[in-house]
Ligand binder design. Sequence first.
Ligand code: HEM
Ligand code: PLO
Length: 492
Amino acid sequence: SCPGPARGSVPCLPRIPVLGSLPWLGGGLPPHLLFSQLAHRYGSLFALYLGPYYTLVVNSHQHAREVLLQRGRDFAGRPSMVTTDLLTRGGKDIAFSDYTPLWKLHRRLVHNSLTLFGEGSGRLQDIVLSSVDSLCGELLSSGRRGFDPSPAVTGAVTNVVCTLVFGATYCPGDAELQDVIRYNDGIVQTIARGGLVDIYPWMKVFPNSSLSKLKDCITVRDRLLSRKLEEHKASLSDGDPRDLLDALLKGKTDSGPGQRSPGSEEERITDDHVLMTAAEAFGAGVETTSTTLLWILAYLLHHPEVQERVQKELDEHVGSDRAVCVSDRGRLPYLDCVINEGMRIRPVSPVLIPHTAMTDSSIGGHSVSRGTRVLVNMWSIHHDPRHWDNPDLFNPDRFLDDRGQRVTPSCFLPFGAGPRVCVGESLARLELFLFLSSLLQRMSFTLPDGAPPPNLQGRLGVVLQPLPYKFMVTPRAGWEGGAKFLTSPSWF
Ligand code: HEM
Ligand code: PLO
């Protein structure tokens, strides 16, 4: 039987002191694959010890819905981790902060500020479309040679986030943009080499060189963002917020001590929170969206028939005389399915972010005590053969019903769900839609002569990324000269 705090009959891996269940984890597989394998042996809900921490692993969609939705608040906590505490000044962000009243206030502020720029206005569309134009220009000028899309895609997505967060648009080679890309890269490489789950306790004994690299990158980040913050404070006016920083600064005063009982530092949203939010919007906005785009492009190289079908849909419903816009989304169901299928087959966050139980609760009738860590393995859920035919096949049609209408199966949760659902979901969906539709309207992607198709196995860092690959860009009819029309962004 399992000597853990939650008894009952959840099967548990053996353990030894200090290392926990590590000796039974063997093989060096990344967590999502390892847990899927263990679920075959131990059942879809099992427990293990990650070092000293008793941890439940959820691999079925019913249990995931309990954890995220039905008892979402019970499981809305976050464990504290050495590296993320450093990254977020001890949890002054959204993603890695524990569930507290202040966090709820902060999350609502961020959500409202994002909505203001998302669905709420046409500004986001303008921002994305202008970045799309320069990405298209960059790709179309690559000529007929093999080309690694990753730097151009990351640059374009970073640009969108810079405009959204602090109102700066950069040219591709801009020094400040390069700084942002460089520090972000450094954080990504050092923060979580094997995902956000501390499976291997020695990862805590962080190599000193990594730790100092992480600290250096955080210093560069903080210097840049503090400067932006001070500039914004100095020029803040009563009018509409210019960007997310403005919205946060305004919202912060609105939700400050004036309206609530005068609070101490611990229960107020401070400048530190605003800074950490901006930093996080960056990190989350760039890594997830660019990685998802790169996965979808990789799958399109494997499935030229899917690419052609998206292009046919675009030709029929948009044509080539104007840019695609948000209001076209309803007319492009197949493209939506391609995006969903990409996020199903390669979820960028395959085990979400670790959750913890805030109170004693239960999963699947098993009691779970307060403080238990819970990992939701979205990878197993997205590859469960009981819910998906041929789960390893890239098949966007699974998101259409017999009448050609879009359907969203309940076991498809790439953004999580409940109190901890991704706050950037609508922003991300809008970006993915505009980027992919514009790219495929204007160009086709093929493998360079003799090159093998992209490796689809992926590598887990802080997100699950495709290994580098190359493609070749061919302009579609009418786009041979690069940009045909330039959107005139309305925020100038
Ligand atoms: C959390 C997915 C884009 C901001 C999450 C989580 C997932 C996710 C799975 C964790 C849910 C959990 O722990 O239960 C994605 C995917 C994206 C994307 C697939 C794009 C394709 C974005 C963007 C932003 C963003 C563009 C910001 C502007 C956040 C934040 C959290 C989060 C702040 C933490 C929420 C919390 O802990 O309460 N996202 N995300 N994400 N995401 Fe995203
Ligand atoms: C990416 C590197 C940045 O410099 C800091 C950062 C902030 C938020 C993190 C993000 C990183 C990685 C992806 C995360 C995001 C919050 C939500 C998102 C973990 C570490 C996902 C997909 O879960």
